[in-house]
Design a protein around this ligand. Structure first.
Ligand code: TRP
Ligand code: SF4
Length: 400
């Protein structure tokens, strides 16, 4: 069946922190309840920028998977795997590279941005230029139609759509397409075939979008179609060739409101993070020493929450009542900053408690995580092989 399939990846370049939790992982946890989800460790993508420090990757891969599980990703609901253990990604990347204009890659905004930002590294490499195309292969190999990403990654999903379109345009024109499509229509059964023909005509002659949607829904329901026939019928419906690769859409992740300890964005490079499973003592210490409104030198000096990073934490963690208490107490100097910080400390520790517990189980028995990933890789491989077979067919590589 053609269902919504969600795919996303993360590069294993460091311990995950509360910014990742509020920005990405909570969203993944919600998605896994609603959709078929595939989440993977993008270790090859990490190598594009960390090729000279490969030890970082090994160090972080397993910890990152534990962080995901700790955050509530459920291996029974989502498929978890590692990119480099499904080498089909690399084969698709290579095949897609044949039709990828260099200019398209050079124009992806992250290419120049990242080179400038990470100026201490030499990123004028072939691998780094190809970063978005490898990401396209990650997405297209599973025919994922929804890709949850932050706004910085939207250009990569757009790029992927263009690659899919170009691929379908070049290779979707198989010989005898019309005949094959007509034969496939008959396989829908009389009733469905009639409806298919009607909506197809309505869409192609009058551009009726609801007819197109109806046609797609009809194909989604038709269970006993072979994959190739289904792709033909999707393409035949829209008047293009066979749709071999699916154009994905970005599912924009709301940007995390989680600031760092200093009020800037929480990020490892700013050294202002609380990691997901940080020791309680360390969490307490970090929050207690957080900077506050500089006007509050003494307890009797009034302050303004708007000028205080602790207030940003209250916005994430505190209810209305507590927030009112902060506003009043700060502006009227009714309490000291340490008093004000206590509810935040309590809330962060409370949030981390189940995460620490879940993580403990996985840390005590590393074979659990290994077997979750082994299962996930196996499932992912099966899906990936199916697409790759179609792609190789289309590109003339399945000769005897
Ligand atoms: N580039 C993504 C990031 O840095 C990680 C990634 C790799 C990804 N492949 C992907 C995300 C495929 C979504 C889909 O965040
Ligand atoms: Fe910040 Fe609270 Fe101190 Fe006001 S009282 S400056 S909001 S920590």
């Amino acid at each position: 069946m053609y269902v919504d399939r969600v795919l996303s990846g993360m590069r294993p370049t460091g311990a995950l922190h509360l910014g990742h939790y509020h920005g990405v992982l909570k969203n993944w946890v919600n998605l896994q309840r609603e959709f078929e989800c595939l989440f993977f460790v993008a270790d090859w993508h990490a190598l594009t920028t960390h090729y000279d420090t490969p030890e970082i990757i090994e160090l972080n891969v397993w910890d990152m998977v534990i962080d995901w599980l700790a955050a509530g990703i459920d291996p029974a609901a989502a498929t978890l795997f590692i990119q480099s253990r499904v080498p089909e990604h690399a084969e698709l990347h290579l095949l897609l590279s044949m039709i990828t204009p260099l200019g398209w890659l050079e124009r992806v905004p992250t290419y120049k941005d990242q080179q400038e930002k990470l100026s201490d590294k030499d990123l004028s490499t072939y691998g780094f230029l190809g970063y978005p195309l490898l990401q396209s292969a990650d997405i297209l190999i599973y025919r994922a139609n929804r890709v949850p990403v932050g706004d910085d990654q939207v250009p990569h999903v757009e790029f992927t759509r263009e690659i899919a379109r170009r691929f379908n345009h070049i290779y979707g024109r198989e010989p005898g397409f019309e005949d094959k499509a007509e034969k496939a229509v008959k396989k829908l059964g009389a009733k469905r075939a009639k409806l298919y023909r009607e909506v197809r005509t309505r869409y192609q002659e009058q551009g009726d979008e609801t007819a197109l949607e109806q046609g797609k829904a009809l194909l989604e329901e038709a269970q006993n179609l072979a994959l190739g026939d289904r792709e033909r019928l999707f393409g035949y419906l829209e008047g293009t060739g066979k749709m071999i690769l699916t154009e994905p859409e970005a599912l924009l992740t709301e940007t995390s409101k989680m600031p760092g300890l200093d009020g800037q964005k929480m990020s490892k490079s700013y050294e202002n993070t609380i990691t997901l499973r940080e020791e309680a003592d360390s969490v307490v210490k970090k929050i207690r020493t957080m900077p506050t409104d500089p006007a509050r030198v003494r307890r009797t000096d009034p302050g303004d929450p708007a000028k205080c990073p602790v207030w940003q934490f209250h916005l994430v963690y505190s209810d209305q009542k507590t927030q009112d208490w902060v506003q009043d107490g700060c502006k009227n100097a009714r309490f000291g900053c340490l008093d004000c910080k206590q509810p935040v400390i309590d809330a962060v520790l409370e949030e981390q408690k189940p995460m620490r517990e879940r993580a403990k189980m996985y840390q005590e028995d590393p074979t659990l995580v290994r077997s979750i990933i082994a299962d996930g890789c196996e499932k992912a491989s099966k899906l990936a092989q199916e697409t790759l077979r179609e792609v190789k067919d289309a590109m003339g590589l399945n000769y005897g």
